[in-house]
Design a protein around this ligand. Sequence first.
Ligand code: FMN
Length: 188
Amino acid sequence: MTASWTLAVVIGSVREGRIGHSVARWFVDQLRCGEHTDVRVDLIDLAALDLPQDLSGGGDTPELAERIGRADAVVIVTPEYNRGYPGPLKSAIDAVASPWAAKPVGFVAYGGVSGGLRAVEQLRPVFAELHAVTVQAVVALPHAWDSLDADGALHAPRAGSAAAAMLRQLRWWAHALQDARTASPYRA
Ligand SMILES: Cc1cc2nc3c(=O)[nH]c(=O)nc-3n(C[C@H](O)[C@H](O)[C@H](O)COP(=O)(O)O)c2cc1C
């Protein structure tokens, strides 16, 4: 458990005026405290990438597939839209395909009163289909827009312990699956 690990943090909202990048920045800041000195973060902003048209296995999104492939764990930062998650996020997940297999996935969700939890519950079976392992702990931020300061920075001290729990779980799975994939390539 001493090797370093790479955590990809995916900003799942791409709309103009989104607050997803503020939520992602807050989450990445949580890594600066505590025991996570051995993690490398790759912040993936779907809005900065060409969204896939071909969903047959990473064909037209090699960059996204490569970055997920390099990650030992992934956190999806997702808002809730009409009790679900954003359509572009689904296209991105589908297009990446096989690099999800045997990778742990956690969620930082935000929305109205539900804190984005209904989006998370829809994402869990999607990742099960892709042979990823979703961790139990989740960060949910109800009415996140009320916690932004004038510079757009999110302040959510009460969510810090949930982020810490999720990171502990992700770290355990990241190392366990890193070792397992090295010992024997995962076959569906
Ligand atoms: C099209 C749309 C649908 C939404 N539906 C829900 C919803 O069902 N439940 C909820 O809690 N919030 C809902 N919201 C509120 C969003 O979760 C909130 O605006 C959030 O900040 C959106 O993330 P973004 O700013 O990163 O795009 C909705 C927002 C939009 C734009």
